[in-house]
Write a protein that binds this ligand. Structure first.
Ligand code: DAT
Ligand code: MG
Length: 135
């Protein structure tokens, strides 16, 4: 049985800079999901550190915070049947080299640090992230 879920999706600064917002939104809509909320804004350092809290101890954390605050993002709440896993699937793997053609990262990105899009990795993360950005 499918489960109607909400997930948090974000076009990251590289996607906005490269004018790929429409491309990403188009793929989400074509898949059949509903966009329930959407806003373009700049993430500040404090929100970036909360959003990526699970990565605090990783060697790339500093770069990650710098990157995600480097320009506007487009944050969304996306809803549909099994939308958490479904969005991860249409995004493709974190490293674009491992993301298959046909996926957002597989088609549009080349390097892990600039992989266009964020999507929650579980229903628990989705709830936390939706509240963090839209609560
Ligand atoms: P995802 O965005 O697929 O959920 P993640 O949560 O593991 O991946 O990592 C968050 C972001 O951090 C990811 O989109 C890109 C960056 N990142 C992950 N692993 C990295 C690495 N080894 N080197 C540089 N950046 C990395
Ligand atoms: Mg993640």
């Amino acid at each position: 049985m499918s489960d109607v879920q909400q997930t948090f999706v974000m076009v990251k600064p590289d996607g906005v800079r490269r004018r790929l917002v429409g491309e990403v939104v188009s793929r989400i809509e074509a898949k059949g999901y509903d966009i329930k909320e959407m806003k373009l804004f700049m993430i500040d350092e404090s929100l970036a550190k909360k959003h990526y809290g699970e990565h605090t101890d990783k060697p790339f954390f500093g770069e990650l915070v710098e990157f995600i605050t480097s320009g506007p993002v487009v944050a969304m709440v996306v809803e549909g049947a099994d939308a958490v896993l479904g969005m991860r699937s249409i995004m493709g793997a974190t490293n674009p080299i491992e993301a298959p053609p046909g996926s957002i990262r597989g088609d549009l990105a080349t390097v892990i640090g600039e992989n266009i899009v964020h999507g929650s990795d579980s229903p628990e993360s989705a709830e936390r992230e939706v509240n963090l950005f839209f609560g």
